[in-house]
Design a binder for this molecule. Structure first.
Ligand code: 4AD
Length: 457
């Protein structure tokens, strides 16, 4: 269907006085005796195109007025009556698809909670138009950050036989389902599709490490799955995960890469999504542009876990969860550190080894691992990162202490036998990054179809 994108017409003065055809959906409409006005959106820009109908030219406008109707419109581009935008004086309008009055998006603004009940339609609102445009730009920024630094983009498997985080949060994959006709679990798994236990990957890291041992620097960018029962504004069961893995890199090297990546993403969003940022400032987070500009131009804080515990213990705050050395930081603790103390992104480094994963490099103190979480104001943890344990004996020891099934990790362990090198990597949750740059406070509103506990369609 030959037509011109609205964004092209808005951003190029050469279209003025030209005849164009646009296609799109009616967002607002206004009818009067001699004239009618439609605001049309085709998804290519946050701004709508105003279409002016002179009833001497098109007398019956009744079919065009209902919100959500899809139209094909031909007309002349002219300077708008007010402001410096353009509008179209229509000469011909065809209805592509009618939209009856029970179309739910009749009001100008709906709450995000209401919109969550209709994920197939909420994408047509301004908020989702802006969020998904930013999400697309952030994804592109991530690719060009790594591509321009010689990282190889690898696709790690989604179906897996080993649980990367070892936290038992894997969704099971089965074609037969358990029944008491099997003598025990082992017999059941042997009869299943893969002949062994399988699940949806919680992280591409283990396979990513294997690729990094060949290509030096790799990144993955795909879905990860977590069957954790966390009904919070920051958790979904299916999220998009960016995971670089870098050979010959220790913790400070990977921290530098993570910080550069976040700043690069922010720079691209500020440069390429200016009207979306204006929109988020107006409706979701005042001062968003200044926040992002400030983050882009400041050094992130690096804070020892032990120091973080001291700060929290001395804090003038009533935490629900007690704070003592060895505890995992809860949302309220992370929030205090980022929102109250530092007011910028903070890398908390060197966590107690007992609360972190088996693959993290054990520090010489025997108590901590070379791991870091990047915490940002408003969202909390957006990156989980570590140097990996490159020493075979130490790795085996950590796995044994956790009671892991060693057979599932033979390939991974081999990496430490055959030319092991210091290496590091991290995982960025794409949705949490989008929350940070848009000011949207619930993860369900930055992913097309959120999958959460008790919710799938
Ligand atoms: O800290 P996590 O669990 O780290 C890993 O998976 C490592 N294997 C990554 C690596 O080193 N390659 O997860 C990394 C990030 C978190 O910081 C968070 O942003 C995101 O993934 N994430 C989630 N996002 C949304 N919903 C969930 N349920 C998430 N779980 C983790």
């Amino acid at each position: 269907m030959k037509h011109t994108d609205i964004i092209e017409i808005i951003s190029n003065a050469d279209y003025i006085e030209k005849t164009v055809t646009i296609c799109g959906w009616v967002r607002t409409s206004r009818d009067s005796k001699n004239m009618a006005f439609l605001e049309i959106n085709d998804g290519t820009s946050l701004s709508h195109m105003q279409v002016v109908i002179d009833k001497n030219i098109i007398s019956d406008t009744s079919d065009f007025m209902r919100l959500g109707t899809s139209l094909k419109i031909t007309g002349t581009v002219v300077k708008a009556f007010k402001g410096d935008s353009v509008e179209i004086n229509a000469s011909e309008i065809t209805v592509l698809g009618e939209c009856p009055l029970d179309y739910p998006l009749q009001k100008k603004r709906h709450t995000l909670e209401f919109l969550r009940t209709m994920p197939h339609l909420r994408v047509r609102t301004n908020t989702f138009n802006a969020v998904f445009r930013v999400r697309s730009v952030v994804s592109d920024a991530i690719h060009n950050f790594f591509q321009s630094r010689h990282f190889v983009y690898v696709h790690t498997p989604i179906l897996t036989g080993s649980d990367c985080e070892g936290a038992g949060e894997m969704f099971k994959v089965t074609t037969i389902g358990y029944s008491d006709k099997y003598k025990n679990e082992q017999e059941y798994y042997e009869n299943d599709f893969f002949g062994k236990k399988a699940g949806l990957s919680v992280s591409g890291q283990l396979e990513g490490e294997m690729a990094a041992m060949a290509f030096g620097k790799i990144y993955t960018f795909g879905p990860s799955f977590r069957a954790e029962n966390s009904n919070t504004p920051r958790h979904v069961a299916e999220f998009w995960h960016v995971e670089p893995e870098v050979a010959f890199a220790e913790l400070p090297d990977i921290i530098e890469i993570a910080e550069d990546m976040i700043k690069h993403i922010i720079k691209e969003v500020l440069n390429r999504c200016s009207s979306e940022i204006d929109f988020f400032e107006k409706h979701f987070e005042q001062g968003l542009r200044d926040k992002l500009t400030h983050v882009m131009n400041s050094n992130f804080e690096i804070l020892e876990y032990t120091k973080a515990i001291e700060i929290l213990q001395n804090a003038d705050a009533d935490f629900v969860y007690p704070v003592e050395w060895g505890c995992d930081l809860q949302t309220e603790h992370e929030k205090y550190i980022t929102d109250e103390v530092f007011k910028k992104p903070v890398f908390v480094i060197n966590y107690p080894k007992d609360i972190k994963s088996f693959y993290m490099k054990q520090n010489p103190d025997g108590k901590t691992v070379a791991a870091t979480d990047l915490l940002v104001p408003g969202v909390g943890e957006i990156i989980g990162c570590s140097e990996r344990e490159a020493d075979l004996d130490k790795l085996l020891d950590a796995m044994q202490k956790r009671g892991m099934t060693m057979d599932e990790y033979n390939d991974y362990v081999d990496l430490r036998k055959f030319g092991s090198v210091p290496h590091s990597g991290f995982g960025l949750g794409l949705e949490r990054m989008i929350m940070y740059v848009t000011g949207i406070s619930n993860i369900r509103d930055v992913i097309l179809f959120p999958r959460t506990v008790g919710n799938i369609r």
